[in-house]
Write a protein of this length. Structure first.
Length: 386
């Protein structure tokens, strides 16, 4: 089965796509990455999206407009992927998260926009969307859903391993001895990107290659204030997003710290915040191997900081383990599509805190009748990517 996975993450900078050919061989699911790409949002759309995100107020009219514009952007990215690599049997669109409703230790709702009907109309393929909410209805956080991929990839790793994703938010899956748990650690690039964008420090809105952070010095007083965030003391499972970690959050921390911090020093401090919070939780997990993906693994200041803070841990990009770090989340949603199409759960309850595993998503038919494969009796025990 050929599945196209699509996602725009919490960095909301564009759309990642991955076309994966899946075949179940015995109890092992084999996946061949046939195509991958990243399509930046048009600058005007990204600016409009940022302006509508919390804590800014947004009207229902603006949500409707963004739902259409983002859906059309996803449709264009899907059509380009199909033109480049051939037809697909199913498209999975994560869409763009604009709000993740969490109160205390409980997730109560989540909203991803990017109307899937635009994708189905443009491509003629059926579309699976709205993949997080079913897990939340079962008491989970709907995140991190990539944990189902991590479990299949790393389940047999000797001594256990951690899979770290450094997107807008950092999340980690820990797999050891047949057990799995996962959760959101805190901000990875979210606060850095917010500062870089608001202060015009880079035209693409992020700290490319960590150059800004490398040119600055960490403000220990500001870092102390940032590390006092109550979220870090919550027990897993837990999830967070830009509802908490946004530009106004940085401004409030600066006011509380009562220090004058230049742009480069601010970016250096926020980068060190990512390193400190991640390293703390990796040490607590007690894993000897950390497999890193997401945009943050391209930041040498972050990666060097993690290696220095975790001297007994092998810290490597997921590319070294057969999964391109830039494509991992899109591959994960392609996997979820394959699982749903075959009547299998797309969650690992230990990864989200749900009462049980659930089949995920809502299906929008394509140009023809909706036809699903025969259900599979048992989930695969492992995933082998090539």
């Amino acid at each position: 089965m050929r599945v196209l996975g699509m996602i725009s993450g919490t960095s909301h900078d564009g759309i990642d796509v991955a076309v994966v050919d899946f075949e179940l061989v015995g109890s092992v699911l084999e996946g061949r990455l046939a195509h991958s790409a990243s399509t930046p949002y048009p600058q005007e759309l990204r600016a409009r999206l940022i302006a509508a995100l919390p804590p800014a107020p947004a009207t229902l009219a603006e949500v409707c407009v963004l739902d259409t514009l983002i859906g059309q952007s996803f449709a264009g990215a899907a059509a380009a992927a199909i033109d480049a690599s051939g037809p697909v049997d199913l498209i999975v669109s994560h869409g763009q998260t604009v709000y993740h409703w969490v109160e205390g230790a409980h997730a109560l709702g989540t909203l991803q926009i990017g109307q899937p009907a635009w994708i189905a109309e443009r491509t003629g393929a059926p579309v699976l969307s709205d993949v997080r909410i079913r897990d939340i209805t079962a008491g989970g956080h709907g995140a991190p859903l990539v944990s189902v991929l991590d479990g299949l990839l790393l389940g047999g790793y000797e001594g256990g391993a951690g899979a770290l994703n450094l997107g807008g938010i950092s999340n980690m899956t820990v797999v050891r001895g047949g057990t799995l748990y996962a959760y959101d650690i805190g901000p990875a690039n979210a606060l850095i990107d917010a500062v870089v964008t608001s202060r015009g420090l880079h035209p693409r809105g992020f700290d490319e290659d960590g150059r800004i952070a490398a040119s600055g010095r960490v403000s220990e007083r500001l870092l102390e204030v940032l590390l006092d965030e109550p979220y870090y003391r919550l027990s897993a499972p837990k999830s967070t997003g830009k509802e908490l970690f946004h530009l106004a959050y940085v401004d409030a921390a600066l006011a509380e710290a009562a220090v004058s911090v230049g742009d480069a020093d601010l970016v250096a401090t926020l980068t060190e915040l990512t390193v400190r919070t991640v390293a703390h939780d990796v040490r607590a997990a007690g894993v000897g191997t950390l497999v890193v993906s997401g945009g943050g693994c391209r930041n040498p200041v972050v990666m060097d900081g993690l290696r220095a803070a975790l001297p007994g841990v092998t810290v490597s990009p997921s590319d070294d383990f057969g999964t391109p770090s830039d494509d991992k989340e899109a591959i994960a949603f392609a996997l979820i599509g394959w699982l749903t199409a075959h009547g299998l759960p797309g969650t690992a309850p230990g990864g989200t805190g749900a009462a049980g595993a659930r089949i995920l998503g809502t299906l929008t038919p394509g140009a023809g009748p909706l036809a699903l494969p025969e259900p599979v009796a048992a989930p695969p025990r492992a995933l082998r990517l090539a």
